[in-house]
Write a protein that binds this ligand. Structure first.
Ligand code: ATP
Length: 639
């Protein structure tokens, strides 16, 4: 009864699973929403901005102090003043560093809190998403958005936002500082700047495109490994004798990756070579121009003080100049960084914007699980998993399950049995018609109360990675140890639990104690017994168990179904024989209905299925021989 996550054309699947989504341009709406995420922390944001600006401006203090030290301290030989300048040069970086520490702390606080808010919001939203979303979306995708994408938000704050503000502040304050020292020298420095910017831009583009190709190639390679080296993949390759072709394909992609990686490293190398050359050449040219202006051909000779003044300016200027190129280079990449950051937010917003198709409608009333009698009806129900399916998955299905009675669904694979059971707890909603419980349309009652009224035992038992006790308490958190044990006894699992190393405190689940399939099923049954839901949906396991386990489960199920309205996808003969009514489902329709005897009489699809599927079950002969036992079973359930 697995969901076949084929995903409808208009479903979430098409929206999400396309591996290469075209990059969405960050529009004004996204920007506003990102800003809104930071709004609760606007005070912290303001302090960070002020801190960044302050450190940016503090950065030009020391070059000026250098100038004063040389031109005044040394030029005029005033030691006291020199000492003051030096003191300022010592104190300024200390203040800057302290501000930097505070700023990093606030950055982390803002980033982490925004992340926490988004994570909570997304998790809450996902908890309310309809089942359809999960069947249509790759598991990894959801996890990746919750962890990686939201995790990226932190760097958006610390790197992108901070880098923009700080680089703009540094660049502007430096240019002003340089202009104040000498407009001619500034012109020379900035004159070379366009070339630098252009090259940064070009190299950035090339790097980006190579890096994108590399990522794609790496992803291809990983996918290939995953696909071909999985057990099924290996089996396929081996049985078709395709190793040689597979290796050749791998080799080709691997080679492609080598080329890309070498190119990527080389582009970077050229870039850095250019920068370092540029950084060495520009100051030299500045010295030349400064010398020319001070004592070049045709100029009068300078005295010591004047010379010290020129040298002071020159040292201050070259120090400032070295501060300029890096921030400007960074600002060039800002657009790319911003795009990346917004893409991250977009991926988060995309999930948050997905409609919660199945929600409480306004004014939904709660079903009182304590007073529900459990009359379940399907009234002309038509249902499709996706609107563009031509044939409905369920076509005009009508039936009634009277309170406390057992209805067995049988039919060929893919007929729609599981689908019928999904519509009762509103895992999906009907397309037309209605499903009612005690006359209330399930769409008119609250989902929470619906969940409390219905107990579901699926084929595959899912246990959390936690103790058996915690797994059981999931059904009823306030249950006492006595209640737990009573449920476990009724499910014929108590004794087995007591044999485990830590009894009810044994950790089970994904990486815990490995229970057998039958034991897990019994725990699942105990869990539902504990929940004591009025309506029971039972998807009987098809997997064959040994006779002993089979008996235990059968006993547990009989106990469970007592006095509950039960809809069972029946794979056990005993369940079918005990059913008050058997619905034979075929191609989305109910084609036959009645008790076992009536349906056998009709000699239709049921009789055929019965002969094909159930005549192999070991109990069959025994039960057939003892028709009276059937009567007993039926009575048991009718009771
Ligand atoms: P089985 O006994 O093999 O589990 P079933 O009678 O329980 O079969 P359903 O699981 O109800 O059958 O499926 C009915 C039809 O709906 C099948 O054709 C199936 O492929 C299709 N189907 C099931 N789940 C989805 C889904 N999430 N999206 C689209 N189609 C689905």
């Amino acid at each position: 009864m697995m969901m076949r996550g084929t995903g409808g054309g208009r479903g979430y699947g098409r929206l999400l699973n396309t591996p290469e989504k075209p990059e969405r341009k960050a529009d004004a709406k996204t920007v506003r929403r990102v800003a809104a995420s930071f709004k609760p922390y606007w005070r912290e944001v303001l302090v960070v901005l002020l801190a960044i600006m302050l450190t940016g401006v503090l950065g030009i203090v020391n070059p000026y102090m250098l100038k004063f030290s040389i031109s005044i301290g040394f030029g005029q030989q005033r030691f006291n003043l020199l000492a003051i300048f030096v003191a300022v040069m010592v104190v300024t970086p200390i203040i800057s560093s302290l501000i930097g520490i505070g700023q990093t702390y606030l950055n982390a606080v803002i980033g982490q809190r925004v992340m926490r808010d988004l994570r909570n919001k997304l998790y809450t939203h996902l908890q309310h998403m309809p089942l359809k979303f999960f069947t249509d979306t790759r598991t990894g995708e959801i996890q990746s958005r919750l962890s990686n994408d939201i995790g990226g938000v932190q760097s958006v704050v610390t790197d992108t936002a901070t880098s923009i503000v700080s680089n703009v502040t540094i660049a502007l304050s430096t240019i002003i500082g340089m202009l104040a020292l000498s407009w001619q020298l500034t012109l020379l420095s900035l004159g070379l700047l366009p070339l630098f910017l252009w090259l940064t831009y070009r190299v950035g583009n090339v790097r980006r495109s190579i890096s994108k190709d590399t990522q794609e190639s790496l992803a291809d390679l990983t996918a290939m490994v995953e696909e071909t080296l999985s057990v099924s993949g290996v089996l396929l390759t081996k049985t078709f004798g395709r190793q040689r072709q597979q290796i050749a394909k791998f080799d080709q992609e691997n080679e492609h990756l080598v080329g890309l990686q070498i190119r990527q490293q080389m582009v970077g190398r050229w870039f850095f070579a250019f920068i370092s050359t540029f950084f060495s050449i520009t100051p030299a040219l500045v010295y030349l121009l400064a010398g020319y202006m001070a004592f070049g051909p045709g100029r009068p000779p300078m005295n010591g003080k004047q010379l010290a003044d020129v040298v002071g300016t020159l040292v201050a200027f070259t120090t400032l100049q070295s501060r300029l190129y890096f921030p400007i280079g960074q600002l060039l990449n800002v657009q790319v960084q911003l795009q990346g950051a917004f893409a991250l937010f977009d991926r988060i917003f995309e999930y948050l914007d997905m409609p919660l198709d199945i929600t409480d409608k306004p004014g939904a009333v709660p079903l009182d699980p304590a007073t529900v009698s459990g009359d379940v009806r399907f009234n002309d129900v038509t249902f499709r998993y996706s609107p563009d399916l031509e044939r409905p998955t369920l076509d005009n299905v009508s039936f009634e399950v009277k309170p406390g009675q057992l209805t067995a669904l049988v039919g060929p694979s893919g007929a729609g049995k599981t689908t019928i059971t999904y519509l009762v707890p509103r895992l999906w909603d009907v397309e037309s018609g209605s499903v009612t419980i005690d006359g209330h349309d399930v769409r008119d009652v609250t989902l929470e109360s619906l969940g409390e009224t219905i107990g579901v035992v699926t084929q595959e038992t899912y246990l959390f990675h936690a103790t058996i006790r915690e797994n059981l308490l999931y059904a009823k958190p306030e249950a006492s140890q006595e209640e737990l044990e009573a449920a476990a006894k009724a499910a014929a699992i108590h004794e087995r639990i007591m044999e485990l190393p830590e009894g009810y405190d044994t950790v089970v689940g994904e990486r815990g104690y490995k229970l057998s399939g039958g034991e897990k099923q019994r725990i699942a049954i105990a869990r539902v017994i504990l929940k004591d839901a009025r309506i029971l949906i039972l998807d009987e396991a098809t997997s064959a168990l040994d006779t002993h386990s089979e008996r235990l489960i059968q006993a547990a199920l009989e106990d469970l179904m007592q006095n509950r309205t039960t809809i069972a996808i029946a794979h056990r003969l005993s369940t079918i024989l005990a059913a008050n009514q058997i619905l034979v489902v075929n191609a989305g329709r109910i084609v036959e209905r009645g008790t076992h005897a009536e349906l056998m009489e009709q000699d239709g699809l049921y009789a055929k299925l019965y002969r094909e599927q159930f005549s192999l079950q070991p109990e069959l002969d025994a039960v057939d021989e003892q028709a009276s036992e059937v009567g007993e079973l039926q009575e048991l359930v009718l009771d």
